[in-house]
Design a protein around this ligand. Structure first.
Ligand SMILES: NC(=O)c1ccc[n+]([C@@H]2O[C@H](COP(=O)([O-])OP(=O)(O)OC[C@H]3O[C@@H](n4cnc5c(N)ncnc54)[C@H](O)[C@@H]3O)[C@@H](O)[C@H]2O)c1
Ligand SMILES: [Fe+2]
Length: 394
């Protein structure tokens, strides 16, 4: 048996934030980040709409990027004091993910963070509150996913928590909220969304329920990402907000592949600086497609993606090459480096650390659903191709 889980309601479109006026409940806690939602006025609007719905409202703000366990525990404490029946989270992936984890410790004060690390091991939620998410970035799709990423800074480990219990009840996907996103973030998160869609389509647990979402998201990113990047007030920005959400609906149910394994394990290992998640995915994706295409089934799946994008070619190989070329082209037009070397990773440090991060990437949770098996040696080779932007023969 397979399972396919999404929020009960997804409100979307310009002005859909006002749907908050119709929320039925008594008390809502708004969980948000540092400044962006306050500065753009959307935090005030959220509070106002909830009050119009007759709810008593409190705000927990200041959730930092890549939220910590400590922030989660502080937020849960506030929730226990206030006793909300709605948790309303507005912001990027960071505050929404933090709010998801707070929810668990609000309902189960004695739960242990370590127990949540095991996938699909969460206690039953919704005994005290329901969850509504309003994304202000266009990439993580946490408003529709079963995931939350929390960092244990003492151990230096980022934990991806996973359970359908934390799939939100309601998502509001209002494109007006992402008009203020900086260009670089549009580029990185847009390529992250494309990677979500492609990896969920070719992965080993894709189903007819997820394939249609993945393919549509891929087509939309291909059509609208550049416009979103160049024109904050245009249609592309709006369509990308929906595309990333569709991709999230797919990958929450069909999981990901080794592009994500590699990005997870190289984000914070180099002294030359953090590689943003979407930027890492964008650099690695063409080489992962080349590597995976040595597997016949995967080759055919990538060819289907190319066909859906109208990419010409006499056979699957040519079509997949066309898809790879298109990803390189997008990276060029979005100002994303084509290799780890171009990003600025030092070559000596790359080789020193390669055996460890290649090993860690093989062990990453996303490797299990990749369509072509991989071991440490092949992973290290693949990373070399990503370092030099050297095509991988398939
Ligand atoms: N839960 C999931 O399914 C999932 C998936 C992928 C990644 N993640 C996690 O999500 C986090 C990253 O989330 P993110 O990329 O959305 O960024 P974020 O929430 O960390 O925000 C990044 C920055 O963008 C600013 N910002 C947010 N919205 C803005 C807007 N509309 N206008 C201007 N500035 C704005 C924020 O203030 C912040 O400084 C990471 O912790 C990552 O590991 C979660
Ligand atoms: Fe991602």
């Amino acid at each position: 048996m397979a399972r396919f889980t999404l929020p009960r309601d997804i409100y979307y479109g310009v002005g859909s934030l006002s749907e908050l006026k119709n929320l039925k409940g008594k008390k809502a806690i708004i969980v948000t980040g540092g400044h962006s939602m306050k500065a753009s006025g959307f935090l005030d609007k959220t509070e106002q709409y909830l009050k119009e719905a007759g709810l008593e409202v409190t705000i927990f703000d200041g959730v930092e990027p890549d939220p910590s366990i400590e922030t989660v525990m502080r937020g849960a404490e506030r929730m226990r004091e206030f006793q909300p029946d709605w948790i309303v989270s507005i912001g990027g992936g960071s505050p929404i993910d933090a709010a998801k984890a707070m929810w668990v410790f609000y309902e189960y004060p004695n739960a242990k963070f370590d127990d949540l690390i095991t996938p699909f091991n969460f206690p039953k939620l919704r005994t005290k509150a329901k969850f509504l998410a309003i994304p202000s970035t266009s990439g993580t799709a946490t408003e529709v996913t079963a995931f939350s990423v929390i960092t244990d800074y003492a151990k230096g480990i980022k934990y991806p928590l996973a359970d359908f219990e934390i799939t939100p009840d309601v998502a509001i996907v209002d494109p007006e909220i992402v008009r203020s996103l900086p260009k670089k973030q549009v580029a990185y998160t847009g390529m992250d969304a494309l990677t979500h869609a492609i990896e969920s389509y070719v992965g080993t647990v894709a189903t007819p329920f997820t394939e249609c979402l993945s393919l549509k998201a891929i087509q939309m990113v291909n059509t609208y990402l550049l416009d979103s990047f160049n024109n904050p007030d245009g249609r592309g920005r709006e369509e990308m907000h929906y595309a990333q959400c569709l991709a999230g609906m797919a990958f929450s149910n069909a999981l990901l592949g080794i592009t994500h394994s590699m990005a997870h394990k190289t984000g914070a290992v180099f002294s030359t600086g953090h590689i943003p998640h979407g930027c890492a995915n964008a650099m690695y994706l063409p080489h992962v497609i080349e590597y995976n295409s040595n597997n016949k089934v995967a080759l055919e799946r990538y060819a289907q993606i190319a066909q859906a994008l109208g990419i010409q070619g006499h056979d699957a190989h040519e079509q997949v090459q066309g898809l790879i070329n298109r990803i390189h082209e997008l990276n060029t037009l979005l100002g994303i480096p084509h290799s780890m070397k171009e990003f600025g990773v030092d070559e000596k440090e790359f080789y020193e650390k390669l055996p460890q991060f290649a090993h860690d990437a093989v062990l990453d949770a996303c490797t299990g659903t990749n369509p072509n098996p991989i071991d440490d040696k092949k992973m290290a080779e693949l990373f070399e191709h990503c370092y030099f932007n050297k095509p991988y023969k398939f």
